[in-house]
Write a protein that binds this ligand. Structure first.
Ligand code: ATP
Ligand code: MG
Length: 234
């Protein structure tokens, strides 16, 4: 049964999708078999980060499947190979279908994903964390739960609100995305503002979203080693 790694963020686009793609790419490059699942109800961004993926397939057709027809075989049929060891379940092509990808539908999808025996890790991008959101459901199901946060004041406020939406969650790993190299105080201040330690740091990189996932020393895959250091390596 694959382990679930869920990467979410609060308001303001802190870099959750970029981090999810980077982590999935880094683990695939390290030889793990990975499915990157885009469950963002606001519309999928994951495919834009990848060199290949068949845009005709993805999560949208799965939402029309009732009950027992939504199983691991259906998820596999809608997934596309995006690189060595890396599969992707594309997100919603248009936000007008967002209403179909609600928390209950996400729960059923994640149950189906759990049946994918050929995959070791499923990295889920569930969109932004709000009370009752897809992200809230996915985080509860996750073995590794990650909150991407920008290390500045608006980022800390957005993270605080997101953490309020997930109060009951133990072990949510905060990863600071886009940290300026010369400003390590920003990460320390973030930890102080949130009252919890920052488990990983991804350096600021204006090309983060365009790098080959997992192959860049400065890209989001760099958070992998930080997560490992924090005991969050799945
Ligand atoms: N390490 C980084 N350094 C600098 N910019 C970054 C970094 N990671 C991501 N970004 C940029 O931040 C912006 C938002 O990234 P991304 O789409 O991953 O955020 P998100 O949290 O998934 O947003 P949303 O909540 O809208 O889904 C993009 O322009 C991306 O290129
Ligand atoms: Mg996103």
């Amino acid at each position: 049964m694959p382990r679930l790694v869920v990467v979410t963020g609060g308001k303001g686009g802190p870099g959750a999708t970029t981090l999810a793609v980077g982590l999935a790419g880094a683990w695939a490059a390290a030889g793990r078999s990975v499915l990157l699942a885009d469950l963002d109800p606001a519309g999928g961004d994951v495919a834009a980060h990848l060199p290949t993926s068949d845009l005709r397939r993805g999560v949208a057709p799965l939402l029309g499947l009732a009950g027992s027809r939504l199983d691991a075989a259906a998820v596999a049929a809608e997934s596309t190979m995006a690189g060595t060891n890396l599969w992707v379940l594309n997100g919603l092509p248009r936000p007008d279908t967002a209403g179909l990808l609600h928390a209950a539908a996400a729960g059923a999808l994640l149950a189906a994903v759990r049946g994918l025996d050929a995959v070791e890790l499923v990295v889920v991008d569930p969109g932004r964390l709000l009370p009752g959101s897809v992200a809230a459901v996915a985080l509860r199901a996750a073995e590794v739960a990650v909150l991407a946060v920008r290390p500045d004041l608006p980022g800390a406020l957005a993270a605080q609100r997101a953490l309020d939406a997930a109060k009951e969650l133990q072990g949510l790993a905060v990863v600071a995305v886009g940290a300026q190299r010369r400003r390590s105080a920003d990460v320390a201040e973030l930890a102080e503002a949130l009252g919890r330690r920052v488990a990983g740091v991804v350096p600021a990189d204006p090309r983060a979203a365009r790098r080959d996932p997992g192959r860049s020393a400065t890209g989001p895959g760099a958070a992998w080693s930080s997560l490992r250091g924090a005991g969050r390596q799945p």
